[in-house]
Design a protein around this ligand. Structure first.
Ligand SMILES: [Zn+2]
Ligand SMILES: [Zn+2]
Length: 404
């Protein structure tokens, strides 16, 4: 299949117009200008083919000319608890499927399922069930958000489930997940956290600093031990103080760390999206939803793990409190907010948001390359003038039920 569009945004620029060739589940070629007439041939693999010498449009049996649309890479959401009324901490097949399908319709073609802090037996059961869903290809990995978090910065985590990292428990949890744990959020100041970070990294997971009251030095020690992500920077984290810069400054000044930002319009002031994208650079920010079950659903009562959550005007809060409990956002919404808040011209904003919503999270988690490069999975999102999703292609197949 050959797809043409007025604008295709990659991590390095905007192809206007541009074309893409999809063979089976793989993106086999991408280029600027009109597509090569012989693009149907298996020989076309150049990443930078141009229109020179070719008939505009060619005469391709399987040509899809989309015209006035913007194509971006499929989103990689590295931090999602649920959506479409489904929740990953419930560890059920229908619940996970509902969440995956909701986010897929909004352009998330690769999704990491996030848990919340749970008691030991529950945690083991959850990773066992979700580990199977990773093997089945429903989700791309598991993110343990807790239970090894600070009770001072627990946000919407059940306080009685928080504990210090225990060497044996870590071994049991990783064994039960059968290699499916991709990322673990941990508070570096807890007893035993530094050796725990070293062990998690050794076991193939990414250690993420988050839900933490760590000092600047404690956060630095975690990075030295191998931590390479900051979980929703600023949220549930000791804030910057001019004599104690804390974890925020420690992660921002270290080029090895990718920082998650929830650009849902609720968790973070727009100025901080601009500031962090400038300070850390476009390559070190990962846009996430941190969505819970209410994403894509009406206001009402939901759960986040064991906690009851009320959603009013799209904002999720732990029932009876002001504590924000995840978001109801989808990645397309986050992308629109990022573009709107970026303070730079549209093309530049789109290129930056594309890196932050696909390439950076995939790289941070060691997932297969994303971002519309020849040889990658054919995952893309078609957006209209308002940057709303009109089509989603995942592994070369159109996702059903997408509407703008
Ligand atoms: Zn959190
Ligand atoms: Zn979360």
């Amino acid at each position: 299949m050959l797809i043409t569009a007025d604008r295709i945004v990659t991590g390095s620029g905007v192809l206007s117009p541009g074309w893409l060739q999809v063979t089976g589940s793989v993106l086999t070629a991408i280029g600027q200008g009109a597509p090569p007439a012989a693009a149907g041939s298996d020989e076309t693999t150049a990443a930078d083919a141009t229109s020179a010498g070719h008939e505009p449009g060619g005469r391709h049996a399987d040509l899809l000319a989309l015209g006035d649309v913007t194509i971006v890479p499929g989103f990689v959401d590295m931090h999602t608890h649920g959506g479409g009324a489904g929740a990953f901490p419930d560890a059920s097949e229908p619940g996970s499927r509902a969440a995956v399908e909701l986010h897929r319709k909004h352009g998330t073609t690769t999704l990491i399922a996030s848990l919340v802090s749970a008691h030991p037996a529950d945690l083991l059961r959850q990773v066992e069930v979700l580990g199977e869903q990773v093997q089945d290809g429903l989700i791309a990995g598991i993110h343990l958000e807790g239970p090894w978090l600070s009770s001072l910065r627990c946000g919407a985590h059940e306080p009685s489930a928080l504990r210090a990292p225990d060497r044996l428990e870590i071994e049991h949890v990783f064994a039960a997940a059968k290699g499916a744990v991709r990322m673990v959020t941990i508070a570096p100041e807890l007893d035993g956290a530094i050796p725990a970070i070293r062990r998690m990294v050794q076991l193939g997971a990414v250690a993420a600093i988050g839900h933490t009251d760590a000092s600047y030095e404690q956060a630095k020690a975690a990075i030295e031990a191998g931590a390479s992500v900051a979980t929703h920077l600023f949220n549930a984290m000791r804030p910057i103080h001019h004599r104690e810069p804390g974890p925020v400054v420690a992660v921002l000044e270290d080029p090895r760390v990718t920082v998650e930002l929830i650009v849902d319009g609720v968790h973070l002031h727009p100025a901080l999206y601009r500031q962090v994208s400038r300070e850390a650079g476009a390559d070190r920010v990962a846009l996430i939803t941190d969505a819970m079950a209410a994403a894509g659903m009406a206001d009402g009562s939901y759960n986040l793990g064991a906690l009851a959550v009320d959603v009013t005007a799209g904002v999720a809060r732990v029932a009876g409190t002001d504590i924000i409990a995840g978001s109801t956002a989808t990645m397309d919404q986050v992308l629109r907010n990022a573009v709107l808040h970026s303070g730079v011209p549209l093309d530049e904003a789109l290129v930056m948001a594309v890196r932050q919503s696909s390439i950076n999270p995939a790289r941070a988690l060691g997932l297969p390359a994303a971002g519309l490069v020849a040889g990658s999975s054919a995952d893309l999102v078609v957006l209209n003038d308002d940057l709303r999703v009109t089509r989603v292609l995942r592994a070369g197949a159109w996702v059903p039920g997408v509407s703008d």
